[in-house]
Design a protein around this ligand. Structure first.
Ligand SMILES: *Cc1c(COP(=O)(O)O)cnc(C)c1O
Length: 407
């Protein structure tokens, strides 16, 4: 019999969303008349921008005719999209990134999960806590996480707690680490780092030969001046950081699927015999071997988000969710809760009333208010005592939920 990758059986079954679903179903069965409002979702609710839909229809028409039909495209993405990304997301903001440093993909989940392929199993990995579960689970699958204890804390991972005491700004690790995952604006806490705070990490990475994996999936939600949209706004970051971007939360592509990863040519890793190796070359090798390109139709849809109409429509989507976030933030504050995030992100991280854990507070909100949230404990040990409210719902539901909390 074939032997399996045993790392997979060490990973606890993903119990967070199934446990939430179970509790919601039980509640609905007991109270069929209850109007339950879902504020736990990490998925968008508004449809795609018209510019993207029009671009997909046009591209689909091209696929109907031999003269304009496209088969396999470049694995790294079509030049039209890579160049639009470079101009709109980087050079227009004074950042010098070139098209051959951009790798288009089917989304940031795949890329943040797959990036481990190009790194040795021996690297020491630091992850902010709480975090997007993909970082921990994919390092566990790759054998870099060690063994989990009863609380799902992995023996070889270095956790960087983000909590009220440090105002959700992680402290630098006290032991040597090689790879650091940072996600800003953050999922689940909705908090950010200023340019100066992010610069501390770039400096640390340089001085300690570490690489930062920077997840910027929520950059479009930034409203404040001094919050960086890209880690490459920090001088020298091209020598120490890979950045992940996604059209999912920005332009509603969660079901359409498109993202990209930036691997600067200045970024080097060490081989076992001490050579400096280009990570851009390694990622190109991985990408061309294991990925056959994002669909042509979808790349045209992504390109259209950068057209003048597309930009306006994307802005309208983000503004809608940002207004929901404001309503949630202010509603929760009025109801007497301590809240974090929600200014530069579609998530509001809410402290449970004194003495309640994440799941107890989740149950209270479900049973007493018919509101579904996400228990913070599901994102890591430091998430205990919090729940995450999402701003991705309808305006009507968002307003009603806050009215219920203030009754
Ligand atoms: C939603 C999300 C992503 C994006 O995932 P896609 O695969 O591009 O849809 C990446 N990182 C974080 C932290 C997210 O919350």
């Amino acid at each position: 019999m074939a032997q399996i990758n045993d790392n997979f059986i060490k990973i606890p079954a993903t119990y967070l969303f199934s446990e939430i679903a179970k509790r919601v179903t039980q509640h609905k069965e007991a109270h069929p008349e209850a109007k339950v409002i879902r504020m736990g979702i990490g998925d968008v609710s508004l449809p795609l921008p018209d510019a993207s839909v029009d671009a997909m229809i046009k591209a689909a028409e091209e696929q109907r005719h031999a003269a304009t039909f496209r088969g396999y495209g470049p694995e790294q993405g079509y030049a039209f999209l890579r160049e639009a990304i470079v101009i709109n997301d980087f050079t227009s903001k004074g950042i010098n990134i070139t098209a051959d440093e951009i790798f288009v993909s089917d989304g940031a989940k795949s890329d943040t999960g797959n990036i481990g392929d190009i790194f040795s199993v021996n690297n020491r990995v630091a992850i902010t806590d709480p975090s997007y579960p993909v970082y921990v689970d994919t390092n566990a699958m790759g054998g870099r996480a060690g063994e989990p204890n009863e609380q799902n804390v992995w023996s070889n991972l270095v956790y960087l707690p983000c909590n009220v005491q440090n105002n959700f700004v992680p402290a630098l690790p006290t032991e040597k680490v090689d790879i650091i995952y940072l996600c800003y604006p953050n999922n689940p806490t909705g908090t950010t780092l200023t340019k100066e705070q992010l610069a501390v990490w770039v400096k640390y990475a340089k001085e300690n030969d570490a690489i930062i994996l920077f997840d910027a999936a929520y950059e479009a939600f930034i409203t404040e001046e001094n919050v960086p949209h890209s880690i490459y706004e920090i001088e020298g970051a091209q020598e120490v950081a890979i950045e992940f971007r996604s059209f999912s939360k920005t332009a509603g592509f969660t079901g359409t699927r498109c993202g990209y990863t930036v691997v600067p040519k200045a970024l080097m890793g060490n081989s076992e015999n001490g050579e400096n190796v280009s990570l851009n070359k390694l990622w190109n090798r991985r990408h061309t071997t294991k990925f056959n390109g994002t669909s042509y139709v979808v790349q045209r849809a992504a390109e259209a988000t950068f057209s003048p109409e597309g930009k306006q429509q994307v802005r309208a989507l983000i503004d809608f969710y940002t207004e929901n976030a404001r309503i949630i933030r202010e509603g929760l504050i009025k109801a007497g809760y301590n809240v974090y995030g929600g200014v530069n992100a579609p998530y509001i991280w809410t402290k449970a009333p004194e003495g309640l854990g994440s799941w107890e507070y989740f149950d209270y909100l479900l049973k007493e208010k018919n509101i579904v949230t996400t228990p913070g404990a599901g994102f890591g040990l430091s998430g205990e005592g919090f729940v995450r409210f999402s701003a991705f719902g309808s305006r009507e539901d968002t307003i009603e939920a806050m009215e219920r909390l203030n009754k």
